[in-house]
Design a binder for this molecule. Structure first.
Ligand SMILES: [Cu+2]
Length: 157
């Protein structure tokens, strides 16, 4: 599975993997005008690890984030070095980093899009908005600091 994912990620870079693949268009189409935004702060040293419902989380706040379907999420890096917020598939955090370098590129327009990512967020940068279009629990983490453990959860209702 891991090698298949690697092949898929490589293929995604060429804009061809599966018919349902996320379009890599720099963050996707913006949400409709007037969509309420919720910002998640991205800061590893500012948000220390803690044990929560979804495991040990760190580096994002609020975490978990409770959001309403119909809102859009923006990740803002308030720290002096780069981070990402990148989708993790499944209902549990894998032991080791699941990310490929595809996580460094912004992708996805909806929180449910497979492989969505803020892309590499430099100090002070914000991601493109990700529309919360379906309820569920969405796990994500940082490409650079997954083991720190820079991990987050979004609960959409
Ligand atoms: Cu990070």
């Amino acid at each position: 599975m891991r090698s298949l994912l690697g092949v898929c990620a490589a293929a995604l870079a060429l804009a061809a993997c599966t018919p349902n693949a996320v379009a890599l268009n720099g963050g996707g189409a913006p949400p409709p005008a007037g969509t309420p935004l919720q910002t998640i702060d991205v800061n590893l040293t500012g948000h220390a690890p803690f044990q929560g419902t979804f495991g040990v989380l760190a580096g994002y706040a609020p975490n978990p984030s409770n959001v309403a379907v119909g809102t859009a999420i923006v990740f803002h890096n308030s720290e002096s070095f780069p981070h990402t917020a990148s989708a993790i598939s499944g209902s549990a955090f894998p032991l080791s980093s699941p990310f490929s370098t595809a996580a460094l590129q912004a992708s996805g327009a909806h929180l449910g899009d497979a492989g969505w990512s803020s892309g590499e967020l430099q100090a002070g940068a914000s991601s493109a908005p990700l529309l919360v279009s379906a309820p569920g629990v969405y796990l994500y983490g940082c490409f650079f600091h997954y083991g720190s453990p820079m991990r987050g959860a979004i609960v959409a209702k």
